[in-house]
Design a protein around this ligand. Sequence first.
Ligand code: BTN
Length: 264
Amino acid sequence: MNQNNFLEEMRDFSNYFSSNLVKRLIVYDELPSTNAKGKVLARSGAEEGTVILARIQKKGRGRFERVWASPAGGVYLSIVLRPKQPLRNASLLTLIGALAVSKTIGHFGVSSKIKWPNDVRINEKKVAGILLETETDNKETFYVVLGIGVNLNIDNAQLPKELRNEATSLLWELGTSIDYKEFLQQLFSDLETNYSMFQNGYFDVILDEWKTHSDTIGKKVKILSQTGEIVGIAHDIDENGFLIVTTDNNKRKKIFSGDCIYLK
Ligand code: BTN
């Protein structure tokens, strides 16, 4: 889709898509980052369910300020959420985003696995990532901007060379492209289901489903976090979405955030 087609098709899509979650769809041809835009809008009061979508991002960001390559053909969106759950449960939203993407990919006939907390992978190559940014407002409530990037109809050559061995796209996996609007509609619907379970406090249902989509539990892992490195067996995930690792000297560590590397 080129620039003109994209904006036209998205205008058309915003007239017919159905979602109880997505209240407003704001579409750009090009943005530095949909998450950056989402935060600006959220700070000025954007309602829950505001989605910012871009055909291309020039400064797409991943976790730990990494670059998220965002050429045409991928899905780049951010959704503003104003959860009624307490802040301590917010990191579950990363898992919810990854679960929704993994389910959506499944609807198109491809099986994917989630690597805690946010990588969606096909045959051990990353196809999608989630960037959750949380801010509190002056009413002492909080909001989040949940950013989702999916390598949908992206060709190998469109990604930076250094990523080509560790990333994949649905186009490469299927050998054919997926309809962007159909994918978006399915993703909105999977997000809506998961988010409504979160809002209603069904954390155990979410976590059970997350576990069936993840290949992290049971693996030997190395976690790189701000406080250092932890090696052990990924034992479980707790009700807040923290990873529980049993280290070699039999200590249980709860990990809030970090980079997870699978060890052989
Ligand atoms: C990661 O795997 O590190 C997270 C990647 C998240 C990328 C998405 S693309 C849409 C949104 N806008 C951004 O700048 N980042 C997220």
